[in-house]
Ligand binder design. Structure first.
Ligand code: SF4
Length: 422
């Protein structure tokens, strides 16, 4: 069966190639090496208020997107964003620049700085036209620790720091790695991406690295890139970003501000920028976990930012169940949606009153499942105004419960939570 056109996966909006949605154009802005300057963040807030609906999403790749931009205001929005140095030089460069950077890189004493190497790789993506034909969702991540998966979201090619240099891992092959020296890492990643393109040229069904790994084997892909793979052993995780004060051994290095269901208004973002400016901060790092990480080393400044964020309704404690929830824009923002996913998510959190803590939840307005790639404890997929509930799976997996009324999802989820506790 051919998928309906609106459900075809693989196309991602940008700023120069916006996507039309139920509430107007989506204009997506990608940070450079995972960071925005505070002044650029303020420019995004301003552009969202003046040219869009005033709503801004933080995506599961750490990008910010303006919603509800009209055809008439689009050109002015791009002019304003370009003035803040937020626009790539072409749509091709923007499309291929899918790079996620560990938001704790360089600020957490346990996470080394990989921002420079990520920035140099972004230059390669911008300059090597052979890479511009990579599929729109094909992405790279740079981790400042030995854990290659950043923020729990695997990328097609993952680069992680080691004591000797870097490990390169491929999505779909968690047990293999290729160890390279720092001076060789960028070229090695480029060669792997080119090998993927060669394989995809022979088999156009290959859209992601994990498909190529399943088809050819990760060892063979490394070999074709002139690289030697070896087995990789799991190492103990050293912790990742969350909401609230970020510290180690009582030493504060930042604050994490969670955006409820990945959304913030222009007014909230503007006010957050004012707090950051008052604390003399220069940058913010974006996390695919829908958290903005502000690097701040003084506890009083950190406390002021957290207080300001709390006052405007953002997430400031790691226990907040909304941090574990991936919720797509739903209706009316997206024309494909048949439910008000965000309203339903809010009601779910209210109904379960804390017992959702520790469970991952994905609520999707249709079977496309834009908000999350990986499995969640509870996945709710809207169909014709009701939900199918999938346990420990992804959209497309068999439903544990079908046709649940939106008003009833709290009861359905709580029944499974009670069952698993008994
Ligand atoms: S998953 Fe959500 S945002 Fe994506 S197409 Fe479906 S309804 Fe729209």
């Amino acid at each position: 069966m051919t998928a309906p056109a609106h459900l075809i996966k693989g196309w991602c909006p940008g700023a120069l190639r916006p996507m039309r949605s139920g509430d107007g154009l989506i204009v997506r802005i990608k940070p450079r090496a995972g960071a925005f300057s505070i002044s650029a963040l303020a420019a995004i807030a301003d552009a969202a208020a003046r040219f869009g609906s005033g709503e801004i999403d933080l995506t599961n790749r750490g990008n910010l997107q303006l919603r509800g931009v009209s055809d008439d205001s689009y050109d002015d929005a791009i002019t304003a964003l370009r003035a803040a140095d937020l626009i790539d030089r072409s749509a091709a460069v923007e499309t291929v620049r899918n790079v996620v950077v560990d938001p704790l890189s360089g600020i957490d004493p346990e996470h080394q700085n990989v921002r420079d190497v990520a920035a140099r790789f972004e230059d390669v993506l911008a300059d090597d036209a052979r890479l511009w034909v990579l599929p729109g969702k094909f992405g790279f991540s740079f981790s400042g620790s030995s854990e290659p998966v950043v923020a729990g979201r695997p990328a097609d090619i993952m680069i992680a720091v080691t004591a000797e240099g870097f490990d390169i891992c491929l999505d779909g092959a968690a047990d293999l790695r290729c160890a390279v020296a720092e001076g060789d890492v960028i070229d090695a990643v480029r060669r792997l991406a080119l090998v993927f393109l060669d394989l995809a040229a022979k088999d156009p069904a290959l859209r992601r690295m994990k498909d190529a790994v399943a088809r050819s084997g990760a060892g063979r892909i490394f070999e074709l890139a002139g690289l030697q793979a070896s087995s990789r052993s799991e190492e103990a995780a050293i912790g990742s970003e969350s909401a609230g004060m970020l510290s180690r051994a009582d030493c504060v290095f930042g604050v994490g501000i969670g955006l409820p269901f990945g959304r913030i208004t222009a007014d909230q973002l503007g006010r957050l920028c004012q707090s950051a400016e008052a604390a003399k901060l220069k940058d913010v790092f974006t996390s695919p976990q829908r958290i903005l990480v502000f690097p701040v080393a003084e506890r009083p400044s950190a406390e002021l930012i957290l207080e300001a964020a709390d006052d405007i309704g953002l997430i400031v404690v790691p226990e907040d169940a909304r941090l574990q929830m991936d919720v797509c824009p739903g209706s009316p923002g997206c024309g494909n949606a048949t439910t008000d996913t965000r309203g339903d998510a809010r009601r779910l959190v209210g109904a379960l009153n804390g017992s959702l803590s520790g469970y991952s939840v994905h609520i999707s307005g249709c079977e496309k499942g834009c908000a999350r790639q990986s499995a969640a404890d509870f996945t709710l997929i809207a169909r014709a105004g009701r939900y199918d509930l999938i346990r420990n799976g992804v959209p497309g997996d068999p439903a544990a419960l079908a046709n649940v009324e939106a008003d009833d999802i709290g009861n359905a989820v709580s029944r499974f939570i009670l069952d698993s506790a008994s």
